[in-house]
Design a protein around this ligand. Structure first.
Ligand code: SAH
Ligand code: SF4
Ligand code: F3S
Length: 441
């Protein structure tokens, strides 16, 4: 009988990509993917720590696995990811969930096959956490989630220490991959049928690669190198910190056809005072200057953002500034979050925490505004013809396909399977709040 595995991924694209590597390692070891967690012998939970509800969902899911372990002690339960880089979480797991078999962190996922082998062979628990990232490990096998689009890490870690954020503690200091290694990976992906890549980093604008000749390579230059790869159609990236966005990058938006005309530019708040307490290293004027520079250089660009509501000390007036900034920029979409206290971050110790009911009330007002602007932006697409990379069938309807435009808008349209993985022209018939409807022309 086949040995089977199942991975549950919480959190961002970094974790999604790490799960692709874990799945690749398992397939290399002769495991096959199970249809569900219940059916799998090796279960992995890849955790996220960014907000409290991510922690809660993890512990909820982990609790359910106790029965699975009881039913068959040969089932192997593995946990990894950002939460495991925090000592208080490891302590809780050891105390309350002693039946977990494998625990590892974000810096040593390449060690997973060895850890799993030792558990299988010696029937002993394996716990291994590295405090920081050592040398970058290249050429790990990978089982990709999608056929025609792929995630490519260009750097690891974060040096920014925004006062609310746990990521620098769970992912360590910034480390950039060598440009040649990245180009080689993308070449291999393209020869495997990939048309679109998403370059990943917590702050891609501070990418500093070193070529084999010892030359520095900026993020903008890296994009130019990658764009030369024949057969690659689209390049995206995530995420760029406004403080490091260079004129050089804006120029590449203009000169490089393959670079998709969309940017995720997290603002977090509309108030300069809050931005300062968040340690964001820009103020409202700086941010607006960057947005206006991008818009005038690339008028068709779509802009999305992240916003935190109820950061400690946020006054009504400061929250109003967030609303007014959202209107002023006119985001195509925005991810909105209730501020969540993260143990170990500076903001967790701020004494002026905002009461939950006020946070929720502000949050609801913000979401309403963001949605109405998204709907208005999307309605402006009605009648236009957009190029769409068809990703698959829509989740809601068997006979509907879905894909993304160059500007990252989700489009649903009637069509059969033969279009999946292709770039097609779609006429937009309706702009809704979160997606566009269309038909192939
Ligand atoms: N590196 C990326 C963000 C990674 S985390 C960047 O700087 O843009 C994704 C988003 O989660 C952040 O942009 C922020 O809006 C949100 N976030 C991070 N920590 C949070 C916290 N403690 N409470 C609420 N939202 C948080
Ligand atoms: Fe967190 Fe700030 Fe780093 Fe983004 S830039 S990962 S928000 S510390
Ligand atoms: Fe990503 Fe969550 Fe870690 S957002 S970097 S998986 S804390």
């Amino acid at each position: 009988m086949d040995k089977t595995f199942h991975i549950t991924t919480f959190g961002c694209q970094m974790n999604e990509h790490d799960s692709e590597i874990l799945a690749g390692a398992l397939e290399d070891m002769g495991y096959v993917q199970a249809a569900s967690r219940d059916e799998a012998q090796v279960v992995i939970l890849n955790t996220c720590s960014v907000r409290e509800n991510a922690d809660k969902r993890f512990f909820g899911t982990l609790g359910q696995l106790k029965r699975k372990k009881k039913e068959d002690k040969d089932n192997i339960i593995c946990i990894c990811g950002c939460m495991m880089q925090q000592q208080h979480i490891i302590d809780t797991v050891k105390e309350k969930y002693p039946w977990v078999d494998v625990i590892f962190g974000t810096h040593n996922i390449h060690r997973f096959p060895e850890l799993l082998k030792s558990v299988v062979q010696q029937k002993k628990k394996a716990v291994e956490i590295w405090e920081d990232g050592r040398d970058i490990v290249e050429d790990m096998p990978m089982k990709r989630l999608h056929r025609t689009k792929a995630l490519v890490n260009i750097m690891y870690g974060c040096n920014n220490f925004c006062t609310y954020c746990i990521v620098p503690y769970t992912r360590g200091r910034e480390r950039s991959r060598k440009p040649e290694d990245i180009v080689r990976e993308v070449e291999n992906l393209v020869s495997d049928g990939v048309l679109e890549i998403m370059l990943l980093g917590q702050n891609v604008n501070s990418y500093r690669g070193e070529t084999s000749d010892g030359e520095n390579c900026s993020f903008a230059h890296l994009i130019e190198m990658i764009a030369k790869i024949d057969g690659l159609k689209r390049i995206r990236f995530m995420t760029s910190h406004p403080k490091d966005l260079s004129d050089e990058l804006i120029d590449v938006f203009k000169s490089c056809d393959k670079l998709c005309k969309s940017i995720h530019l997290p603002v977090q708040s509309g108030s300069s005072a809050v931005m300062k307490r968040m340690n964001r290293h820009y103020n409202r004027d700086d941010y607006m200057r960057i947005v206006n520079r991008i818009k005038s250089a690339v008028p068709e660009i779509t802009i999305s953002t992240d916003i935190i509501v109820g950061f400690p000390g946020e006054t009504d007036e400061q929250f109003e500034e967030t609303l007014s900034l959202v209107k002023e920029v006119g985001y195509d979409s925005a991810f909105t979050f209730l501020y969540s206290v993260r143990t170990g971050t500076p903001a967790a110790k701020f004494t002026d925490q905002i009461p939950e009911d006020i946070k929720h009330e502000r949050f609801n007002r913000l979401v309403k505004l963001v949605d109405s602007i998204s709907a208005e932006k999307n309605r402006a697409y009605e009648g236009r013809i957009e190029e769409v990379l068809v990703e698959g069938k829509s989740k809601r309807n068997e006979n509907t396909l879905s894909g993304r435009t160059d500007g990252f808008k989700l489009v649903n349209f009637p069509g059969d399977e033969s279009y999946i993985g292709r770039l097609v022209k779609v006429k937009i018939t309706e702009g809704k709040t979160f997606s566009l409807e269309g038909k192939i022309v």
